[in-house]
Design a binder for this molecule. Structure first.
Ligand SMILES: Nc1ncnc2c1ncn2[C@@H]1O[C@H](COP(=O)(O)OP(=O)(O)OP(=O)(O)O)[C@@H](O)[C@H]1O
Length: 927
């Protein structure tokens, strides 16, 4: 009886799902307007005209791109776009008064500063508490300590001033000792602590120690160079002036205080055993002069900038003749293992062999074993090689995560979510229009010739899709003729972009809640649109991108941190997202994803770091179903790869590489409202799944085990059948281009639609959902996912069915404590009355928020009709976003990238160690 009912149910679902698949594809073409087609056509022509110019320009830019992809020296395609954006009405930026930070390049200024510091120190020591200069030693005395000049001596004689040593966290002291050990063994190293844990402070403490030791033994700090991105150069200056005021630090950059030519500055600085601060671009410019002298230390801040071994700057830094080479970065490995080789080849030449040997014997096997479709032997080999690699690099790399040192720094909580935002109707139209354009068609139709032209076209097309995802106007103004008039009323309007609508809602709510935020976006064009929005709605803000002068950047950051009137700090991800401290904000929006996960990770860490007092929430916005989801999936794979080497070689991957065709589609949400990514991680992340189950089970009933087993078996059989037929289809049409042609043909000439099969009366949305999921997931299985994935998927699907059937049961029978037989439930549901179907309709129209623990919480609270005031800030925000701003889904980012599990393990370990210690103490006490 049970089997027949389930069988019937599953088969009707299969038919329904197939029918839905057809109707999905047929509806696409209808939505494309003439405007969209025309824009795509014009852009195609423009782009092909510009192609040659671009190619020429690319060659020209190549050498500068080598240097620094973040700074103002390089104009991205988005920057081009900005130049053509209309002048926004009333767009004068907020004026702010900031005092400039001055370095020690000018000898007189340096002497004045040191004199002021000395005087202030002596004043506070004699009881005068109001002094013009505040540094760590002065603060130390103000805090009631005496003898700031006493030192803490490490083994073998490094003397760190007490006022520094005592202010370091315990793990930072370990870091300083490690640097000292490297120094004694004449070795370079990589300080890779997570962002915001005080790497700068540790390095300064160590250098101050060397300088302090110098005065005693005459062997301490020699002239040294620190290379850093332009944005943080003056942050280094202010850190040095605070922690080690006597050291001379000069900036070799036009924003620095030195006058005259650079030879003089380099000579003066070298003679006074000071620290020369320089940008990566500056290093290339002055390489010859710098390499003509002997430097004791060369330190690369955000050292991942030399991750490409072929760039000019990577080659130049390797030529400095000193064993003391340090590299500082919170993101040691970002995209590939080759990058790790490049970093190590700078600071420990030869440790990882030659480039070719490393690639062949380490990088390739580890990467191959990381793909989800790797064979068992590939996986096992990758694991062992990853372990070996980790063992080789461990002595020269020190990396601590925030979770590991939380007991010392007590950071407030961080909540990081990925929000899948629906495209606006206009964006959908433009997106589909572009997908159907001759540009995309030529990419998918033409022979896959290797070489630049196809690659260049793909890059241009992907970048165009990303523009549409951000805001239609960024795309439209590129596509339209220059003569066309700009409508200032509608230009950049928030309602025309799905993600902008979310930003609009977020800012409004956060303003009321008293939060301040950072907004990062990849392009200056988008920055302009966001800026215009802030102006229109009278939010006080600061904006930082490559056009802001280097000397202004640190002061601007200081102003934002100290002045709560500024509600928003707007920045491009690459300029404002690296190395700086923006703890004045406790909310972060990553407006668009970068292909490189480290870029987004760096940006979001600006607020969640030492010095932050409030809980931090980060939202990563993705346009649902678009290229942005694919980029996010790619980020997860890269994260996995770096974690495998840096954290845990046993880490499992869940994604594979995307096919080209996959990049150029607009995925529909499945019937549960899940995007592809949300649906992928729903099935693979146990933490989410279990919590959901738990949440739901609290209020629902469980099914008898044997019934579930029967259901699983049956579903497995049917799913295999589907898989087989899909496989045989795939075998016939192996060429993806053929498949795409067919799909297009189907879109243009839809077949006559069959009538939808009659659906079981049990067909509430909840029961309907799992089967359609099986169908969409089978695509993935057939393409590239391991065999046992199918097993997991079925289990997951059925577990979910179990939960959801129980939800329906609850709806049907109310709150009963007893177990209910599935047959009973089905019968009851079959004979359902109108009232119940009305109830189901109601629940269908509610936004579906699967896979998200936090959202589940929201729903439960909502169900209980508890008012908004009872929800915490984030829950409240999510409720609003789901209700109004077109957010389709949300994932917990830490769970997706596997960090949450690691943190859980760490916490468990800590707790277990504590218990063990207690047990030992109790034993001692008892005896
Ligand atoms: N021991 C300490 N006492 C007080 N403040 C500290 C200490 N260590 C670090 N900080 C503060 O923490 C913040 C982050 O430090 P820092 O900029 O050195 O981090 P980082 O690891 O270099 O970050 P990123 O990787 O983002 O560049 C700074 O504001 C710094 O002043």
């Amino acid at each position: 009886m049970v089997d027949t009912v389930i069988n019937k149910y599953l088969e009707t679902q299969l038919a329904l799902a197939k029918q839905k698949q057809v109707s999905k594809t047929t509806s696409k073409e209808d939505h494309i307007s003439d405007k969209s087609k025309a824009a795509a056509g014009r852009l195609s022509k423009k782009q092909s005209k510009q192609k040659n110019q671009h190619r020429h320009q690319e060659n020209h830019d190549k050498s500068s791109k080598d240097v620094d992809d973040e700074e103002e020296y390089v104009a991205s395609s988005e920057d081009d776009c900005e130049l053509r954006l209309p002048n926004i009405a009333g767009s004068s930026r907020s004026k702010h008064h900031v005092s400039k930070i001055v370095d020690d390049g000018d000898t007189k200024l340096y002497n004045d500063r040191v004199a002021k510091w000395r005087q202030s120190l002596s004043d506070v020591q004699s009881g005068n508490l109001s002094v013009p200069y505040i540094s760590a030693d002065i603060q130390y005395v103000l805090d009631g300590n005496k003898q700031p000049l006493e030192s803490h001596e490490l083994q073998n004689g490094l003397c760190i001033p007490n006022y520094i040593w005592k202010q370091l966290y315990r793990y930072q002291r370990v870091g300083v000792k490690w640097l000292w050990e490297l120094h004694q063994s004449q070795s370079g190293g990589l300080l890779g602590d997570e962002m915001g844990l005080g790497k700068t402070v540790q390095v300064i403490a160590f250098l101050a120690g060397l300088a302090n030791t110098d005065s005693l033994t005459r062997s301490g700090l020699g002239a040294s160079i620190i290379v850093a991105p332009a944005t943080v150069i003056f942050q280094w200056v202010s850190h040095f002036h605070y922690w080690s005021p006597s050291l001379r630090v000069s900036v070799l950059h036009q924003a620095g205080s030195h006058c005259g030519n650079h030879h003089k500055l380099i000579r003066n600085l070298h003679e006074s055993h000071g620290v020369l601060l320089i940008t990566y671009a500056g290093l290339v410019k002055y390489a010859k002069d710098l390499q003509a002298r002997k430097w004791q230390y060369i330190i690369l801040d955000e050292g991942h900038k030399i991750r490409n071994p072929e760039t000019q700057v990577s080659k130049l830094v390797r030529k400095f003749d000193t064993p003391h080479k340090l590299l500082i970065t919170g993101s040691p490995m970002q995209n590939s293992l080759q990058e790790l080789w490049s970093l190590f080849d700078f600071m420990r030449p030869g440790l990882l062999g030659t480039h070719t040997a490393f690639m062949e014997h380490f990088a390739v096997p580890i990467t191959q074993g990381g793909y989800a479709n790797a064979t068992e032997i590939q996986e096992a080999t990758a694991l062992e090689i990853a372990k070996a690699l980790k063992a080789i690099i461990t002595p020269y790399m020190l990396r601590r995560t925030k979770a590991e040192v939380q007991e010392f720094i007590h950071l407030p909580e961080k909540n990081e979510q990925v929000l899948f935002c629906a495209l606006s109707q206009e964006q959908r139209d433009l997106y589909m229009g572009y997908l159907m354009s001759s540009t995309v068609r030529s990419i998918l139709d033409k022979d896959n010739k290797l070489g630049d032209p196809l690659r260049a076209r793909i890059l241009v097309a992907l970048s165009t899709l990303r523009k549409i995802c951000n805001h239609p106007d960024i795309y439209l103004y590129e596509a339209f003729d220059d003569s066309q008039e700009v409508n200032e009323e509608t230009f950049g309007h928030w309602k025309r972009s799905g993600k902008m609508s979310v930003v609009h809602s977020l800012l409004k709510i956060w303003h009321k809640q008293g939060h301040r935020s950072l907004i990062f976006t990849q392009s200056r064009a988008m920055l302009c649109i966001l800026e215009q929005h802030l102006q229109k709605h009278q939010f006080k803000y600061l904006r930082m991108d490559g056009t802001v002068s280097v000397s202004q950047r640190q002061s601007m950051i200081k102003t934002f941190n100290e002045n709560a009137e500024y509600l928003v700090f707007l920045a491009t991800t690459r300029v404002g997202g690296l190395g700086v401290n923006l703890t004045g904000a406790d909310r972060v929006i990553i407006y668009d994803p970068d292909w490189n996960p480290a870029t987004d990770n760096q940006a979001k860490e600006r607020a969640w770091r030492i010095g932050q007092q409030r809980n931090v929430t980060v939202y990563r916005l993705l346009s649902a179903g678009t290229i942005e989801e694919k980029i996010y999936q790619r980020q997860i794979f890269k994260n996995f790869l770096s974690n495998r080497i840096l954290v845990d070689p046993n880490q499992k991957n869940v994604l594979t590489t995307s096919t080209l065709q996959g990049l150029f589609t607009l995925e529909e949400l499945n019937c549960e409202g899940d995007t592809e990514t949300a649906s992928l991680f729903k099935h693979t992340k146990v933490a989410i799944h279990e919590k959901r189950k738990l949440n739901c089970k609290k209020n629902t009933l469980t099914l008898a085990k044997n019934k579930i087993a029967a259901m699983k078996k049956l579903a497995k059989q049917i799913s295999r059948k589907i898989a087989k037929s899909a496989e045989s289809k795939a075998a016939v049409t192996e060429d993806p281009r053929e498949a795409y042609k067919k799909k297009r043909e189907l879109t243009l000439h839809p077949p006559h639609q069959e009538e939808a099969p009659k659906v079981n009366t049990l067909d509430g949305k909840a029961v309907n959902a799992p089967f359609e999921n099986v169908l969409s997931e089978l695509d993935i299985i057939n393409q590239h996912v391991k065999k046992d994935y199918e097993e997991n998927l079925i289990n997951e699907t059925l577990n979910k069915a179990e939960v959801e059937v129980s939800c329906i049961e609850e709806e049907v029978v109310g709150n009963t404590e007893n177990k209910v037989d599935i047959t009973e439930t089905l019968t009851k549901t079959n004979s359902d009355d109108n009232e119940k179907s009305r109830k189901r309709k109601h629940s269908e129209s509610e936004p579906k928020i699967e896979s998200l623990v936090a959202v589940k919480k929201v729903k439960l609270k909502k169900d209980k009709k508890e008012k908004d005031k009872n929800l915490n800030d984030d829950d409240y925000v999510l409720t609003k976003l789901f209700a109004k701003a077109g957010v389709k889904n949300a994932l917990q980012h830490d769970v997706v990238v596997g960090l949450a599990e690691k943190e859980k393990r760490l916490r468990m370990k800590e707790e277990a160690t504590m218990k063990a210690k207690k047990a030992v103490r109790a034993l001692k006490f008892s005896s």
